[in-house]
Design a protein around this ligand. Structure first.
Ligand code: G1P
Length: 289
């Protein structure tokens, strides 16, 4: 039986260059989608998948993330004194149980593979999840829970994938499959940001992974790949020589909050999905068209 997936790594050291200047002083992972920071949705998704411990790989200028996941004593006292108890509950909703979160620092921006490797001592010798916080995934059953279920069923490494928009396969990690039958398929390869025309499929790695701890030994030795960075995809391709990998086309919709239009699209979609906001959101959007 597959070992349970209890821990998740959240790489949050990126500079957010595609949404500057807002991200000069606010970590991009704390930008609001409607009224909650992106990380609030990600942690909620992780908890729905049974994650008990979140490891944030942070960097310089990201201290606000730790503050977000801590008490704000004055604010909470104010809300309580004024009887704004709904708001108080909402502010406290994302707080961790004591010890549920760890923060490690990636001291140089050497790539996603290096960021994940920075979490190795906290993860230890057990399978774990990686959640890329740029990618918000709206789904009936949490996207990561679908990955965990696929891992429990196969005992394999799992990578969430989905079809890339036409002409954009060179922006992502792309997987190769051993045939396509349903949503969960055995993989035969993967490549990070292949030049257009060389991609092995149209399925891109969309930001949720379940990995075995052996990945860390490979990451320790991994050289630079695409973009001169230590790529998680390259270490996974190595691991695939000795362990099975499955690609899961999860059931849901991904919103890439890492760029301007993606963030706007997420705001619109999440507002429309909120029962108490949906009607007003629809009215203002229509009025603008
Ligand atoms: C990273 C991964 C890539 C994946 C992408 C999803 O790339 O390396 O495989 O497809 O995230 O957003 P990055 O966006 O950091 O360049």
């Amino acid at each position: 039986m597959a070992k349970p997936v209890r821990k998740a790594v959240l790489p949050v050291a990126g500079l957010g260059t595609r949404v500057l200047p807002g991200t000069k002083t606010t970590p991009k992972e704390l930008l609001n989608v409607v009224d909650r920071p992106i990380l609030s949705y990600i942690v909620e998704e992780g908890r729905a998948a049974g994650i008990e411990h979140f490891v944030f790989v942070t960097g310089r200028g990201k201290g606000a993330i730790e503050d977000y996941f801590d008490h704000h004593v004055e604010l909470e006292a104010q809300l309580e004194a004024k009887g704004k108890l709904d708001l108080l509950a909402d502010v406290r909703r994302d707080l961790p149980r004591p010890g549920e979160m760890s923060f490690v620092r990636q001291m140089s921006p050497l790539g996603l593979g290096h960021a994940v490797w920075c979490a190795r001592d906290i993860i230890g010798d057990e399978p774990f999840a990686v959640m890329l916080p740029d990618m918000l995934m709206m789904a009936g059953t949490a996207a990561l829970a679908q990955c965990v279920e696929a891992h429990n069923r196969t005992g394999s490494n799992i990578i969430a994938v989905e079809p890339a928009p036409e002409g954009e396969t060179n922006k992502y990690g792309i997987v190769a499959l051993d045939g396509r039958d349903g949503r969960l398929n055995r993989m035969t390869g993967m490549v990070e940001k292949p030049p257009l025309g060389t991609e092995p499929s149209n399925l891109f790695i969309s930001g949720r992974y379940i990995l075995q701890p052996e990945i860390f030994e490979l990451l320790a030795r991994q050289g630079k790949g695409a973009g001169g960075e230590i790529q998680l995809t390259d270490a996974m391709a190595e691991l695939m020589k000795v362990q099975p990998f499955h690609a899961l086309e999860y059931d849901g919709t991904t919103y890439d909050c890492g760029d301007k239009i993606g963030l706007l699209r997420a705001n619109v979609a999440y507002a429309l999905a909120r029962p108490e906001l949906s009607e007003a959101a629809r009215a203002v959007i229509q009025a603008l068209l």
